[in-house]
Design a protein around this ligand. Structure first.
Ligand SMILES: Nc1ncnc2c1ncn2[C@@H]1O[C@H](COP(=O)(O)OP(=O)(O)OP(=O)(O)O)[C@@H](O)[C@H]1O
Length: 250
């Protein structure tokens, strides 16, 4: 089986700093993959290259075997790559419902343009309601998005990503600002998402990573330091040294 996503020699420098340094990466369809690593390791830069928010200095990105390295971000979204944008992508004055509707509308219009069923407002409402239900924000649909607590804004971004019905959903630190109970709900949500999409998760919360990831990629100084199952990563002494502390820390 060819991988859903593959990068070869992917690099990005900022001035003299190699934020992402010749990364060869491969992700199979249906996987939940976590990317971990210390602050500044290059995780966000790496996924920003994958989704097309920033351009690489060198290297290639293949999605479903097709070279998407030069495609603009919106074309990658059409192909099924969704990134839960940082909080800045939320329209604070619009309702929670309308924020998700903007994302869902884009997918339905794309679908209609490709010769699929005609755009229908009823489909739109259903898609939005379902995405909000899945992330647990259905009862806040009418609130202004800017009034949501930080953690709930992160969940709103996940709902916006889900409304795109992606093949690959990239989640960048989604549990930041969530309570313990909400984190439990989030773990169940990601397992549910993984039934229909491949998940690439940047996450600092180790119990969340260990609970969810099929495999873990550890980045350090822009490069891949290690890759393996949660058990392999826990046992890797270089990883413990760079990042995890002692194996019993969590
Ligand atoms: N736009 C930019 N201009 C200059 N330097 C940048 C830019 N974006 C990232 N960097 C630098 O690139 C390096 C990697 O940053 P990146 O945000 O990808 O790391 P990260 O692993 O996601 O860190 P964190 O866990 O703190 O989010 C850092 O040294 C950062 O300061």
């Amino acid at each position: 089986m060819s991988p859903l996503l593959q990068t070869r020699g992917l690099s990005r420098s900022f001035g003299g700093l190699r934020a992402v340094d010749s990364v060869d990466f491969s992700l199979n369809e249906g996987e939940i993959r976590a990317i971990i690593g210390p602050n500044g390791a290059g995780k966000t830069t790496f996924v920003s290259l994958v989704c097309g928010r920033i351009a690489p200095s060198a290297g290639t990105i293949l999605f479903e075997g097709v070279d998407v390295t030069r495609l603009p971000a919106h074309q990658r979204v059409k192909r099924g790559i969704a990134y839960t944008f940082q909080i800045t992508s939320i329209f604070a004055n619009l309702s929670v419902f309308d924020n998700v509707a903007l994302a869902a509308q884009r997918r339905l219009i794309d679908h209609a343009e490709r010769g699929g069923s005609r755009f229908s407002p009823a489909d739109l409402r259903r898609g939005v309601a379902s995405a909000l239900e899945r992330v647990g924000l259905a009862d806040r649909a009418e609130q202004a998005a800017g009034k949501l607590a930080y953690g709930h804004q992160r969940l709103l971004e996940v709902a916006m990503g889900l409304a795109l019905e992606p093949r690959l959903l990239i989640l960048d630190e989604p549990t930041q600002g969530l309570s313990d109970a909400e984190i439990d709900g989030f773990i169940a949500l990601v397992r549910d998402i993984a039934r229909t999409a491949t998940v690439l998760l940047i996450e600092h919360n180790m119990p969340v990573v260990m609970a969810l990831a099929d495999r873990i990629t550890v980045m350090n100084n822009g490069a891949v330091l290690a890759e393996g199952t949660p058990a392999e990563i826990r046992a890797d002494s270089a990883v413990q040294h760079a990042y995890l502390g002692t194996p019993d820390d969590d």
